[in-house]
Design a protein around this ligand. Structure first.
Ligand code: CP3
Length: 354
């Protein structure tokens, strides 16, 4: 098989003959073979073994036929190098032993040292760069989303302590945003140097903020991150997470190539809000995957019909896959996206006489 670069072409808004698709959290617990590996090793133990982490990264490529791989890792991994102790607790998520809540806590955070502390991740990327026949996406958590774990100490629904710090001690908040922004920049540059072909910044929880607060407390750091990565030719994706529809107009001008949309915003409205310079990615509600295949295909078709109107569209979910998702349905969905989009794109090309 030759190298499939449809995903990169779509990120650059170039013509493709078939829409590219990948799924957030495509390496994970819906796959029985992954669950078997997880009986022996924790997520962090898998990440410590580059050959195994590369194998887990490749599992959904072979099984689902997706057009991009996403590095098997977690947004928390680089945080270890700042000097933070954490665990990923089953059915909970990231848990921080000593949360970051004061000026002193922020001052204590070290700059990350990729070579010393994160060489296993670089090694995994190098292996994948040799083996993959689709582009490798690597990723980082965005400063707000990482800060929410560091401050709360665990997953939160209200982000009460995060907001308390942000509103009450803005100098401490901005010092933390600066350090986490530096972390993202250093980390992603190292990933691209090792062979990653695109990067995605996950801001899963920033939709918890009002647009006005997003603009003041978060956007300057996000602009700086993408500006400082802008000399790299590899596509950059910003995913502002769930419930981020109202934040989209504020992203105009950010130096990313692709904006990820959640399922609450129709693709055409998402495009209007961010502006035509960006490709867009999304946005099937992951929980629709619990429905019969006919319902899944109907909803996927409606999304494709909007996305395919302009170059620069990548099919994905509006958020990550969940453990109860079915491997069989995902396989069928992937085939449907490829087959259906190929027929529409062929008709489009015939009409325009290309
Ligand atoms: O997408 C992929 O297949 C690549 C792997 C990946 C993981 N985490 C592995 C993982 C990616 C891209 C992430 C990113 C991540 N981690 C995000 C951003 C994406 C999103 O969903 O919004 C966030 C918020 C985290 C933090 C985190 N890690 C949470 C909330 C959880 C879930 C806790 C649970 O058990 O449900 C984790 C654990 C985690 N990270 C799992 C996986 C496959 C599940 C547990 C496991 O298999 O050990």
């Amino acid at each position: 098989m030759s190298y499939n670069d449809n995903f990169i072409k779509a990120c650059r808004k170039e013509q493709v003959d078939t829409l590219p698709v990948w799924y957030m959290r495509q390496a994970g617990r819906y796959d029985p073979d992954y669950r078997k590996i997880k009986e022996k090793y924790s997520l962090l133990e898998i990440c410590q073994q580059p050959e195994l982490a590369a194998e887990v990264t490749m599992m959904p490529i072979k099984k689902l036929g997706v057009d991009a791989a996403i590095l098997y890792s977690d947004i928390m991994n680089p945080v270890a190098s700042l000097g933070i102790d954490f665990d990923i607790v089953k059915d909970v998520g990231p848990v921080i032993h000593t949360p970051v809540r004061t000026a002193q806590d922020v001052e204590r955070l070290r700059p990350i040292d990729v070579e010393k502390d994160l060489s296993h991740i670089i090694q995994t990327i190098r292996i994948l760069d040799k083996e993959l026949e689709v582009p490798l996406i690597s990723f980082a958590g965005a400063p707000f989303t990482i800060a929410s774990y560091l401050i709360e100490g665990r997953p939160s629904k209200s982000y009460i302590r995060t907001k308390q710090l942000m509103y009450s001690e803005p100098a401490v908040w901005f010092a933390l945003m600066d350090k986490l922004g530096d972390m993202v920049i250093t980390y992603l540059r190292a990933h691209i140097a090792a062979g990653a072909k695109a990067v995605q910044v996950f801001d899963s929880w920033v939709g918890a903020l009002s647009p006005a607060d997003f603009e003041v407390y978060v956007l300057p750091t996000m602009k700086r991150i993408f500006q400082e990565l802008s000399d790299l030719k590899e596509p950059k994706i910003y995913f502002p997470g769930v419930s981020s529809g109202e934040l989209l107009p504020y992203l105009r001008g950010i130096q990313a190539d692709v904006i990820g949309l959640d399922w609450r915003v129709p693709i055409s409205i998402g495009r209007e809000r961010v502006g035509d310079q960006y490709a867009v990615q999304g946005n099937l509600d992951p929980y629709i995957l619990t429905a019969p295949m006919s319902v899944i295909e109907k909803q996927a078709k409606a999304i494709i019909d909007e996305g395919i109107q302009k170059p620069g569209y990548i099919f994905n979910l509006g958020h990550g896959l969940f453990p109860e998702a079915s491997l069989e349905k995902l396989k069928e969905l992937t085939t449907f996206i490829h087959t259906y989009s190929r027929s529409v794109l062929t008709q489009q090309a015939e009409k325009s006489g290309v």
